[in-house]
Ligand binder design. Structure first.
Ligand code: FES
Length: 138
């Protein structure tokens, strides 16, 4: 799936921004712009299933903007890798979202499962829910 997420010029350097690519009514992913690089993750903390991370709209970073900070219990994550380096889930990982910059826009590239899906049939793994909970990687 390729879908335009936003204009690159709308991303402020050193800041984070929540996005709702499937129009689910909440920000299901977020991006952080640092210079020429854009990092994108699902808005789901690996510490607690379904936990959202922003402490208010578009605010996913710690005070000095050097790390991603989960608002629930304060776990800190590397912006570049998504690894939890301090707090309640050290060693766990945020789920990365594949994006690409083209023609001045940030595009969603590859699969992006809805936050909630219908109940899986018997014997099927609910990959989307696992991804939302940080238990699976895309
Ligand atoms: S839910 Fe994120 S640190 Fe606990």
């Amino acid at each position: 799936m390729e879908r335009a997420l936003c204009r690159v010029s709308d991303l402020a350097d050193g800041k984070s921004r929540g996005l709702d690519p499937l129009n689910e009514g909440c920000d299901t992913m977020f991006v952080i712009c640092r210079g020429e690089d854009v990092y994108a993750y699902r808005n789901a903390c690996p510490h607690v299933p379904m936990a959202k991370m922003a402490w208010r709209k578009d605010e996913y970073l710690n005070a000095d903007g050097s790390l991603i900070r989960c608002s629930a219990h304060g776990a800190l994550f590397s912006i570049a890798t998504g690894e939890c380096i301090a707090g309640a889930c050290v060693g766990a990982w945020l789920t990365p979202v594949n994006t690409v910059i083209r023609e001045g826009y940030l595009w969603l590239a590859g699969d992006f499962a809805p936050r909630r899906q219908s109940r899986p049939r018997s014997g099927q793994q609910d990959t989307a829910a696992a991804m939302d909970e940080g238990r699976a990687r895309p």
